[in-house]
Write a protein that binds this ligand. Structure first.
Ligand code: DGJ
Length: 726
């Protein structure tokens, strides 16, 4: 049984394949006892290890000075209740104060999981179990459920919660974190993934934890390019294969707050959730609300295991099962033509895709309304008849006759001020009365918290896509939320607008999935601005970044794979400018994920087309090794001039080394001369199907020489080996 409760000492034990998580109930409070390796774990209960007395720490019962919420390692903590550290839940009650304090009432161990209304979450399997703990705050009249869901095989435990108001009046949830974990000691580093548009997750930063609060967040109404929701807390000396590592991530696509706080007593509090700046939820009497799911994993041996646990979790419990069908190799029109598309160009483009052996052509931005540049047309989801004279269906028919599938770009959440939609419904935008709205990419954000907006979009798309055989949608989102307000919601509900916005977005995604069950969705937000587990749960893959420069991409992809699998990482080869070296390099970088192309192959020399044909054919021989295999990092482009890694699926090993020539961001220099495939079968012989080289598994395990690179003067080059057991 993954979850057990020992009545005699009130101890909960949550086990995954290799980890154990434990806490006990003491005086109605949940006290954290252990998170780490299962094998040989020594869990001490509160009775065995009550902790020490600290001056100035409040306590509830006269004489019981040792039992203070300020100094105990807690499972969840409440504002104003005697814990002076950063807290997980703050509810303003009917009396107007925000002091919060819940006590254990009962618990249930459930098969499967508790679904979170209108927010994506991990999919349960036969072994999934959930611990559902009921707590009550007598003063505020609220009931709290803390949920712990165990995903056994991938060593992941998730945390989420719900609050029900039984106070007889309104209460306001002012801060809400899904996950709280008190770790022993301070001697940790924090790893976070910051970035910018076109540089998503490129600052793979490592910062020592100290006695103070480190907070990472998005206040943008989207996960954002600027800070990803993933973080890891690890031993100071932890590396790829050594040291304790705790990994965390949030299954949500809106604003978030991650906190790591060293406390004065020598512990470290880790929290992840909705936070308090962009979330403030009025809960009416009798209502229940859930926070999104946060996930955690533990590795006793470095970052590699953490990543593989998260990859397995995403592949088995997040990404829709249907998305696992072989991902198409696409040719996308954006970097080829930008807004200059029309029917004839796109049909020729589709023929070129077919000629190069690709599976699908994607018609990106520019096909609808007055969208001939980025200052008009968003929101008007009807085909531009100047460009597609007979409408979409006959045009898509022509595309399909070339032998490829068809994908189309949409950006449902947005509107240009210069659009029929905005002229008809200016009140449908995110805005505050009497306050000017900020532009970003000449567009405004639609109020997805308003059901009328969602209904309008459904009607528009239903009409426009009637009888059009679409195989793929690229769902884009090209600005963040400013002036967060909704003309639809009551004044008291304005603070929950962003949360309700995300629920609206998710419901429209679900509608797309149900209405077009044979189509896949590629998520995009100006590249990888919503590169998160919730988006991965409702799409098949994510456009990683608008930056397709091979060197930058090497860094972006390397960091992305700390937390997310290759199966969702959409990687396109962009214009090689007729340079065969650049084409080869971009291909070898792009095969780190789901391969596609994005440039004008119509005016490309024949030798480039021949090479693309060869690449696509070759990719098809090993694509499953990438999307379904296990991933091992060998050399970090942040620490050396070389990015090296391999994927292994049974008898197949795909090994890559990319010379980035001093482009490292952090300057942590290490030399990498040999590539050791430590998981190769020592007794076997492998053949590199690319070069014909034969090596023993033992040699692979000891490491093969990288050898010389042959940079073209730009200082970058890449090598690829595809070993198959003989
Ligand atoms: C931003 C995306 O990241 C690009 O790939 C492209 O789809 C443009 N938007 C279109 O406007």
């Amino acid at each position: 049984m993954p979850i057990t409760f020992q009545k005699e000492n009130s101890l909960f034990r949550l086990t995954t394949k290799n980890t154990l998580y434990a806490f006990d109930i003491v005086k109605g409070k949940l006290i954290h006892r252990y998170y780490g390796k299962k094998a040989g774990a020594q869990v001490k209960t509160f009775a065995e290890e009550p902790g020490q007395v600290w001056s100035f720490a409040p306590y509830a019962t006269e004489g019981e000075v040792y039992f203070s919420l300020d100094t105990q390692p807690l499972e969840y903590s409440y504002f104003g209740s005697g814990d002076f550290r950063t807290t997980a839940l703050r509810i303003r009650n009917g009396a107007g104060n925000s002091v919060t304090g819940f006590d254990y009432v009962s618990h249930k161990i459930r098969k499967g999981r508790v679904e979170i209304p209108a927010i994506p979450c991990g999919r349960a399997d036969d072994r999934t179990q959930t611990l559902d703990i009921t707590l009550r705050d007598a003063a505020s009249g609220c009931e709290l459920h803390l949920y712990y869901t165990v995903f056994y095989d991938c060593d992941v435990i998730s945390r989420y919660a719900s609050v029900t108001n039984r106070s007889g009046g309104d209460v306001v949830i002012e801060k809400w974190m899904s996950l709280a974990l008190d770790l022993p000691g301070h001697n940790y580093d924090l790893i976070s993934l910051a970035g910018a548009h076109a540089y998503e997750r490129i600052y793979n930063e490592r910062t020592p934890v100290f006695r103070g609060n480190l907070s990472m967040h998005s206040r943008r109404g989207a996960t954002s390019h600027q800070m990803n929701s993933f973080m890891a807390v690890c031993d100071r000396k932890a590396d790829e294969n050594h040291g304790d590592v705790y990994g965390f991530n949030f299954v949500y696509s809106g604003s978030f707050l991650n906190e790591v706080e060293g406390d004065p007593t020598g512990k470290t509090r880790v929290q992840m959730g909705l936070g308090d700046e962009n979330f403030n939820y009025r809960l009416k009497d009798g209502e229940t609300v859930f926070c999104p799911e946060a996930v955690m994993t533990y590795s006793p041996k470095g970052l590699g295991i953490m990543s593989r646990n998260f990859h397995r979790f995403a592949n088995d419990h997040i990404v829709p099962a249907k998305a696992k069908e072989r991902r198409p190799v696409v040719l996308n029109s954006w970097e080829a033509f930008y807004f200059n598309i029309n029917e004839d160009v796109m049909v020729d483009f589709a023929s070129a895709a077919a000629d190069c052996g690709m599976d699908m052509v994607i018609m990106d931005d520019g096909w609808f309304g007055a969208r001939v540049h980025d200052r008009a047309g968003l929101g008007d989801w009807y085909v531009n008849k100047n460009r597609f004279k007979e409408g979409l269906a006959p045009y898509v028919d022509r595309v399909k006759k070339t032998g490829v599938k068809f994908g189309i770009w949409v950006e449902p959440e947005m509107v240009n001020p210069d659009s029929d939609l905005f002229r008809a419904h200016p009140e449908w935008c995110i805005r505050c009365p009497e306050r000017p709205m900020s532009y970003s990419r000449s567009q405004y954000v639609l109020d997805m918290a308003n059901p009328a907006v969602i209904e309008y979009l459904k009607e528009m798309f239903t009409e426009t896509f009637r009888d059009v055989p679409i195989d793929y949608f690229k769902w884009d989102m090209n600005r963040h939320i400013s002036e967060p307000g909704s003309l639809y919601l009551d004044a008291e509900d304005q603070g929950s607008m962003e949360y309700r916005y995300m629920q609206g977005v998710y419901s429209l995604f679900r509608w797309f999935m149900e209405t077009y069950p044979d189509a896949m969705i590629e998520n995009c937000s100006g590249g990888g601005g919503r590169y998160d587990l919730a988006m991965m749960a409702i799409s098949s893959q994510i456009w990683t970044s608008d930056n397709t420069n091979a060197r930058d991409r090497t860094l972006i992809q390397y960091s992305s794979m700390l937390a997310y699998p290759a199966s969702v990482m959409s990687c396109h080869v962009s214009n090689p400018h007729g340079d065969m070296h650049e084409l080869d390099l971009k291909y070898k970088v792009a095969v780190n994920g789901v391969l596609g192309y994005e440039f004008n192959v119509l005016d490309t020399p024949d030798e480039v087309k021949d090479e693309i044909r060869r690449q696509v054919k070759e990719y098809r021989t090993f694509d499953l090794v990438i999307t379904d295999g296990e991933y091992y990092r060998l050399s970090s482009p942040y620490e050396s001039d070389i990015s090296a890694y391999y994927f292994q699926l049974g008898d197949q090993i795909l090994l890559s080394a990319i010379l980035t020539n001093g482009h490292a961001v952090t300057g942590r220099k290490k030399e990498c001369k040999k590539l050791a495939v430590r998981t190769a079968d020592p007794a076997a012989t492998y053949r590199d199907t690319r070069s014909g080289m034969v090596v023993t598994g033992d040699e692979l395990r000891r490491g093969i020489e990288i050898g010389a690179f042959s940079p073209d003067g730009s200082g970058w080059d890449a090598k690829l080996w595809y070993f198959v057991k003989e």
